[in-house]
Design a protein around this ligand. Structure first.
Ligand SMILES: [Zn+2]
Length: 178
C-alpha cells in the first residue's frame, strides 16, 4: 500500500528532480546552501513523502524522519500523537523501529523534517535513541523544513557527554543481521 511507497526502505541514488534543497554545515543559523548530494536528496524526498502520514490531530505539527544505513537503505517514521499526550511517539523513534525490524543496527544519517520557524531538532530522548545506533562512530543529523535542508549537526554534538552503549554492556551483539 501507499505507506510502503512513501518510504520504500531502499532508495538508490535518489531523485534527480531539482527542488530548492538547501543546507548549511555548521550551525543552526539560517544560512542555506544548495546541495546536489544524492544521498541527502533521497533522505529529504523520503521524509517529504512520509510526512503526509504523520498523526498529529492535537498539535497539528507534522514531523517525519528518514534515516539511512551504511548500505544505503532508508527507513522512515512520523510522529504519532495520542489523546493521552505523553503516549505519543516521535518520528525518529518510528524510523529507528523500522530499521531495527529490518535487522539493521547502524544509522549513517538521519533527517528530520518539520514545519515552523524553529529548527525541528531531535528531542533529548531521540538524541539518545540515535546515539544507540551510532556503533561507536557518529551520525549526521540533518534538520529540514518543507523547502529543504536547513541545518546539519553531529549526533555526538547534540548530546555531549552522553551515556551511551559504551557504558552499558550488551548481552547480545549489536551487529546487523546479514
Ligand atoms: Zn523525540
Amino acid at each position: 500500500m501507499g505507506a510502503e511507497r512513501a518510504c520504500p526502505g531502499r532508495v538508490p541514488g535518489g531523485s534527480k528532480r531539482r527542488r530548492d534543497r538547501r543546507f548549511h554545515l555548521r550551525s543552526a543559523r539560517r544560512i542555506m546552501t544548495a546541495t546536489d548530494d544524492p544521498a541527502l536528496t533521497a533522505l529529504f524526498d523520503a521524509a517529504s513523502a512520509a510526512r503526509a502520514r504523520a498523526y498529529a490531530p492535537y498539535s497539528g505539527f507534522h514531523v517525519a524522519a528518514a534515516l539511512s544505513t551504511p548500505d544505503g537503505a532508508i527507513f522512515c517514521g512520523v510522529n504519532v500523537e495520542n489523546a493521552s499526550y505523553p503516549v505519543g511517539t516521535c518520528a525518529e523513534a518510528g524510523a529507528i523501529a523500522a530499521m531495527a525490524l529490518s535487522g539493521a543496527r547502524r544509522i549513517a544519517a538521519i533527517l528530520i523534517l518539520g514545519d515552523g520557524e524553529g529548527l525541528t531538532t531531535p528531542c533529548g530522548a531521540c538524541r539518545q535513541r540515535i546515539l544507540e545506533f551510532s556503533d561507536g562512530g557518529d551520525v549526521e543529523v540533518f534538520v529540514a523544513g518543507p523547502m529543504g535542508v536547513r541545518a546539519r549537526f553531529s549526533a555526538r554534538a547534540l548530546l555531549p557527554a552522553a551515556f551511551g552503549p559504551d557504558f552499558a554492556a550488551r548481552k547480545t551483539p549489536a551487529q546487523d543481521k546479514t
